[in-house]
Design a protein around this ligand. Sequence first.
Ligand code: AHR
Length: 519
Amino acid sequence: MFQETRRTFLRQSSKAAMLTLLPSSFYKNTDNTVQASVTVQLQQSIGKINPNIYGQFIEYLGRAITGGIVDAKTNQVRKDVLAKVQRLQTPLLRFPGGTVTKIYHWQDGIGPKNARPVRPNLIWGGEENNQFGTNEFIAYCRQLKTQPFLVVNMNTGTPEEAANWVEYCNGKGNTSWAVLRKKHGYPQAHQVKYWGLGNEENAVPDTGKLQDPQKYADMAWQFAKLMKLQDPSIALVLAGGDKAWNEVLLKELHPVADYISLHYYANSKPGEPASLFAHIAKFEQEVEETKRQIKTLVPDKVENFNRWYRFPPRQEPLKIALDEWGIWENEGKGAYNLEVSYQWFHALGVATFLNIFQRQADIIGMATWAQTVNVLAPILTSDKAVICQTIFYPMELYRKYCTGTSLKTSVESPSLAQKGGETQPILDTACSYDEQTGMVTLALVNRHPSLSVATKINWEGGKPKSLVTIHELTASSYTAFNDIKQPQKEVVTYQQKTSKALDSLVLPAASVSLVRYRL
Ligand code: AHR
C-alpha cells in the first residue's frame, strides 16, 4: 500500500516541485507531529523571480478607491491606509480596472478637480467623482515607489483615445496631450511602461463588444500600433481567456505583446477550509498548460518584423501576466459582497500561491493581487480605522525575502484529508537564492490545522553554511480573522527564531516559515 500510494501521487509531480503524498497515518507520532522531507537543488535554477510578481491592483469598485485609498468625504489620500500599503512594498500597481475599464474614459480624471464629471459606475453601481484620476494615481505610485500599470478601454473607448493616454503620460515634447499634462502640474513624463489591452474581453455578460477572439485580435492590433507609435518602449498585456481564445491571440499578436493575462480567483467549499488548497493546485496546472501553449505557439525572439510598423517588436520571451489573482469567497460585505473577511487558512492559501509563483518563475512575469483595499483585500477600512487582514502578512513577508533566482525543490509529505475532495500535501514549498545577499530562502507552508510537521531538509548541489533566521507566521486558530470592528485585536503572530540544525525543522501547525540560510 505504501508503494501504491507513492506511485499514484508521483504521477502528479510537476517539473518545478515534485510531490510525493503519503497518508498522514504513516507518519503521525503520538505528539501530533507528522514527518515530511524537502529536497533543495541548489544548482538547479527554474528562473529569475521577477519582483513584479508582488504587484497590487486597485479599481473603481465599491470602497476600493473612494473610502479605501482616498477618504470618501475629502477625496484626499488616506495616510493611515497608505502606511499599510507601503508595508507591502509593491513594485507594480494596476489601475483603473478590471471590468470598469469597459466604461472608463481617462480624460474624465484629469484637470481641475471641480470641473471633473461625476459618472454613474455602470459596472459596479454608485457614482464615481473622478477625483482620483491619472495624475493622482501616478502620485500615489510615487509615494509607494511603485511602477504604474494602466489598462485601456477597448469597448466604449477607441485606439486613438488609448494612444492619447500614452501621449499624456509619456510624451516629452510639445505635442498637445503632453503639454496638457505639463499644464496640469507634471513637467516630467510619467513614464508608464505597462499597459493592459482591455480586461477579460471574452466575458460575455460584461458590456464588452469583443467577445470573439478574432474581433479582439483585430482591435488589439490597432490599439497596439497606435499606442506603440506614441511610445515604442511600452510593454503590452493581452487580455487572455480560455485555451481557444488564447490560441488566436498568441498566434496573431505575439510580435507586439509582452504578456498574456491570466486571472485566477480561488475559493473554498462551505465548511471545508482545506478545499481551498485543491483549488489553488488547479491554478498551478493552468499556469503549466498556458506555458505549454505559449512555448508551442510563440517564438522567444520575433524574426522578420516589418520595419514599416515603425516600432520594434517584442524583445523578450512572452510571459504570463497574472494581473488578477486572489481568493474570492462568496460571503463578503459591500458592493457585490466583495468585502471578504479573510481567515488564517486563507493566508496559508496566499503563501501557497506565492510558492507557486516561485516554482513557475520562468513563465510568470508579473502578478497583481486583486485588490489592495476593501475589495477582496489584504487591507480593510472603516471611516476611522484600518486593519491588516490575515492575508496581508504572507504578502509582506514574501516580498521582503523571496527574491532572486528560484531553485528546484521536491517534497515528500503526508496528505491533508478532505471530504471526498482531492488530496493535497500538508507541506508546500519553494526556494530562492538571492545573489545580492548570498541568502537562500526556503519557504515552507504547513497547511494542516492541528499537526506539526517535523521536516527533514536534503541539500543537493551544495549546502548552506548556516541558518540565519526563521521568519514564522502563525495565528490563534485556522479560522481566526482580524475584525475591523475590533481594530486593536490581532490574531496573527510573527516571530523570528533561529536554529543550529541545517537539516531539520519542526513547522508548527498552520504556519508559514521563511527560513533564511547563508550559502
Ligand atoms: O477584481 C474584481 C473583478 O474581478 C474585476 O473587475 C474583474 O476583472 C474580475 O472579474
